[in-house]
Design a protein around this ligand. Sequence first.
Ligand code: ZN
Length: 243
Amino acid sequence: MRAAIISDIHANLPGFRACLDAVDELGLERILCLGDIVGYNPWPNECIRIITERSIQCVMGNHDRVAAGLEEPDYFNAMARQAILWTRRVLIDEHRDYLSKLPERVFIDDSTILVHGSPRDPDEYILAIDAAHENMRFMEERFAAWLGFFGHTHVSGVFDRSDEESPYGDNKVLLKEREPYLINPGSIGQPRDGDPRSSFLVYDSDELTVKFYHVAYDIDAVHEAIVREGLPEYLGARLFLGR
Ligand code: ZN
């Protein structure tokens, strides 16, 4: 199977469309999403419609959970809170219902798991090696899984058993079978790894490889729409920086 793995779309329709075009050009049979379809940007209904129309399998992100009304945005910063409360107001019932039913984890085969934050906690940020290694142990002991895909940090990268985050660039990474990995495709809607382009990855389960892709899109259009809808202007400005 060759699947595109995407994450943290955050209602950024121009970024999402640009990535889907790239995915379609690659002729991939499947798209999997690691959560946070909504929040920050102004096209939540449009993005959920695409997800459902294309039958994209998705786990629940923390922004999805709050938008669906399952939790209050108490721990969100002021701008994220403003955007998620705006999202709640505009979401149609059918989409609120869709978000509220997303699963916390998805297994795509015996050994591969999809989560939003980490295998042990949907709200955990895996940014450091220690957290990655603890989660690899949890993933193996609890689920007998060795390959995990996660989002939430908006930073693309590969953690393996070593003490360094692997350098990857746009290269293909060859995975060793039954070695533990935690891999993040980066974010479509609000990248934070210094590259403002939307990112995703392609996982090939036959070759056992992942390859990262970065796709340019019309950030100006998103910035304008954010201002037009009365969302915090900074949410548009940060997109140009990829921070
Ligand atoms: Zn997110």
